[in-house]
Design a protein around this ligand. Structure first.
Ligand SMILES: Cc1cc2nc3c(=O)[nH]c(=O)nc-3n(C[C@H](O)[C@H](O)[C@H](O)COP(=O)(O)O)c2cc1C
Length: 208
């Protein structure tokens, strides 16, 4: 029985979001194929994702000196620890994001700042950094208004590339992408673009 983390980084509802609606179809297919797996949902716009701020830094400083944390520091530092522990504990990751300004929304960045933790998800060795999450797999489902998979757009796309680089850095080498793109460019094609992405998502889910 595998543990799966379904991570969504979008304030919209499933019905109004291309990526979330394709993500929901992916999850439905995955659950059908793997009824005994445990799926944990993490909504980066509803669940508590602390920003790395002055209180977090002072909390980490206090911890390194074996001092007790103040209340505000404790809340943030403990939540960061629990997010990274949850990330380490699961076997598979499903990230669902919209493209915002060529990249991912800020809460996805904030989450990455929580889970990239030396000693837990990667470590430093004499030969350089080493990912500690080897053997795990991930899929990234992303919706984009324009086209970025090919042509000049592919060079400036920084959302899928970023998540891939972060996952690879932590040792997750098996990363697939399901991209929904171009519906803002030609809204009349939006239903077709979405249906094709759902077909692709179901195929990936069946093998995931
Ligand atoms: C804040 C913001 C920034 C966006 N930036 C881009 C962009 O850089 N390139 C693009 O093609 N579309 C951009 N879009 C359009 C979204 O990528 C597009 O609407 C996509 O469907 C969003 O995913 P969703 O439907 O799952 O919310 C942006 C939308 C918002 C709200």
């Amino acid at each position: 029985m595998a543990k799966v983390l379904y991570i969504t980084g979008n304030p919209k509802s499933d019905e109004t979001s291309m990526s979330l609606s394709v993500g929901a179809e992916f999850l439905k297919a995955y659950r059908k194929q793997n009824p005994n797996d445990e799926v944990i949902q993490l909504d980066l716009y509803k669940d508590y994702i602390p920003l790395i701020d002055a209180e977090v830094f002072s909390g980490w400083g206090r911890l390194s000196e074996n001092q007790e944390l103040l209340e505000g520091e404790q809340k943030k530092v403990y939540q960061i620890n629990s997010l990274v522990d949850q990330f380490v504990e699961v076997d598979k990751y499903i990230f669902v994001t919209p493209m915002w300004n060529l990249s991912v929304p800020p809460m996805v960045r904030a989450y990455v700042d929580c889970i990239m933790m030396a000693g837990k998800t990667f470590r430093y060795t004499e030969a350089g950094p080493e990912g500690l999450l080897k053997g795990k797999k991930a899929v990234h489902i992303q919706a984009r208004g324009g086209f970025y998979s090919e042509g000049p757009g592919s060079e400036i796309e920084m959302g899928d590339k970023y998540l891939r680089a972060i996952l690879n850095f932590m040792g997750v080498e098996n990363v697939q992408s399901v991209i929904i793109e171009g519906h803002a460019f030609d809204p009349s094609k939006a239903p077709e673009i979405k249906n094709n992405a759902i077909d692709q998502a179901i195929n990936v889910a069946n093998e995931f």
